[in-house]
Design a binder for this molecule. Structure first.
Ligand code: APR
Length: 229
């Protein structure tokens, strides 16, 4: 039995990391076109670098919350994979090993001329003077709006193999990531954990747990233990 957990910004909200939409969302304070597109990077790399440095600092100061920890524990008992839209490393810091990052990782930088050259960033700050081994400027290892999502096929395969697909803390508004919900088999049990249930095409085998992640996950785990051998 394979469990695939699809997480969004909501699972890191209780660690103090801002979500993107909804009250006090990150995109209320910043224009995506100014800080999260390749064009923005070419036009004003200082502003883009500053935006990601500020967010990286917040990630380094945050700690995994019980929802991250519960998922790390579940991975020890079940065949469980995480697909995350989040660029923070809180799943890994909680102990999860099988984590697929769809939108990149904020703790890493990559060469702006060779995508295969990826580096861990020491500390919170990536400087515009930091270069890759080929001498080109390092950029945040983030999938910006308008860029390809390199891990999408691998994520779609995982979703299609899932017997239980759990969405935690995503508004399901950003494609192609949100399209993964349509990759699951008709026999797959879909579970959605979110204080505001996102709009979803109705289908059988869907269970809504209208709670925050730290309260909803224990309810899911209880259901899992009572309903699934
Ligand atoms: N527990 C669970 N869910 C929560 C919590 C919480 N404590 N707090 C908020 N949420 C929910 C919100 O109700 C919302 O459904 O988390 C979701 C956050 O939605 P978004 O801010 O849109 O985040 P996400 O869906 O991850 O955004 C997807 O958009 O901007 C891009 O690349 C960025 O990966 C991001 C993508």
């Amino acid at each position: 039995m394979k469990i695939v957990v699809f997480t969004g910004a909501g699972i890191s909200a209780e660690s103090g990391i801002q979500t993107f939409r909804g009250n006090n969302g990150l995109w209320e304070g910043y224009d995506i076109d100014e800080v999260a597109t390749p064009e923005a990077w070419h036009k004003n790399p200082e502003l883009v670098q500053k935006f990601y440095n500020m967010r990286r600092k917040a990630v380094l100061e945050a700690t995994p919350n019980p929802a991250h920890q519960l998922l790390a524990n579940l991975e020890k008992e079940y065949n469980l994979h995480i697909i995350t839209q989040n660029v923070d490393d809180l799943h890994e810091r909680a102990g999860s090993k099988k984590v697929l990052h769809l939108h990149g990782e904020i703790t890493k930088a990559r060469s702006s001329i060779d995508d295969s050259l990826i580096y861990d960033i020491k500390g919170w700050e990536l400087k515009l003077t930091d270069t890759c081994s080929l001498g080109s400027r390092l950029r945040p290892h983030i999938v910006w709006f308008g860029e390809q999502v390199p891990m999408l096929n691998e994520a779609a395969k995982l979703a299609n193999e899932a017997d239980i697909f759990v969405v935690i803390g995503s508004s399901l508004q950003v494609y192609p990531a949100a399209g993964l919900v349509h990759e699951i088999k008709s026999t797959c049990q879909l579970v959605v954990i979110d204080p505001e249930i996102p709009t979803l095409r109705s289908r059988n085998r869907t269970k809504f747990i209208q709670n925050k992640a730290t309260e909803g996950l224990p309810i899911f785990i209880e259901w899992l233990k009572n309903n699934v051998v």
